[in-house]
Design a protein around this ligand. Structure first.
Ligand code: SAH
Length: 218
């Protein structure tokens, strides 16, 4: 995938904002963000802004994707779990950096659109699931890294428990509209160590499936 001039400008902007990890910058450079954005907003694909993707959800701002990806310190042997596939953009960036990326989304239509994008970009190391990500993915746990891209009122206990020893998890925590904090959790031999990475703004993490989804599933 050859990056266009607007994509290169975005990468320069990320550098200017302090993103220094060349693997992260390289992954962002190779994923065309326009593929993840609805037609109507496509001209804004390389601006540093969150954009609507339908179902009241948004694709995250590129600087936020870059910061979270950098803080996750993803290695090429890692198995990574993402909660909140949305457009699939964050998943695609992570898939370029890790061995296998697992991603869960509660809106089936969003998940299907994201799956089509993964196929188009030949990202064959992505495994998807339609469901409630607050439960994690116990059958495939433990994970080396976990990233939650929707804000929880609190941290669901199930998720840090699915981290491997030495694993890192990143999650925005706080009420909708209010300032949320981005929290990083590291699992060591003695337990969990948390640190605060500053304020962010995310759509809420919602437990369960959307209304009506249960019947459609049957
Ligand atoms: N990572 C996405 C960001 C999408 S916004 C991207 O790069 O585009 C957050 C997403 O989390 C939304 O699509 C929302 O539907 C989803 N979400 C919220 N609560 C969830 C839950 N409990 N399980 C799975 N997905 C959830």
């Amino acid at each position: 995938m050859i990056a266009g001039p607007r994509q290169l400008r975005l990468v320069m902007e990320l550098r200017r904002q302090g993103i220094a990890d060349t693997r992260v910058l390289g992954a962002i450079e190779r994923i065309p963000r326009e593929n993840f954005i609805p037609e109507t907003f496509r001209d804004q694909a390389y601006e540093d802004t969150a954009l609507p993707i339908g179902h009241g959800q948004t694709i995250s701002q590129p600087t936020v994707v870059a910061r979270m990806t950098e803080a996750l310190a993803v290695g090429d042997r890692h198995r990574v779990l993402e909660i909140g596939t949305g457009s699939g953009y964050q998943a695609a960036v992570l898939a370029r950096l890790c061995r296998r990326l697992y991603t869960i989304e509660r809106h089936r239509a969003l998940l299907q659109a994201a799956e089509a994008r993964f196929r188009e970009l030949r990202l064959h190391n992505v495994t998807t699931r339609w469901g409630d990500g607050t439960k994690g993915w116990p059958e495939s746990a433990p994970f080396d890294r976990i990233i939650v891209t929707a804000a929880g009122l609190e941290i669901p206990d199930t998720l840090p428990e699915q981290l491997a020893p030495g694993g890192i998890m990143i999650i925005p925590v706080g009420e909708r509209g209010d300032t949320q904090r981005l929290v990083r959790i590291v699992r060591d031999e003695d337990g969990f160590v948390c640190d605060d990475m500053g304020t962010v703004r995310f759509v809420p993490l919602v437990a369960g499936l959307p209304r009506g989804a249960q019947e459609r599933r049957a």
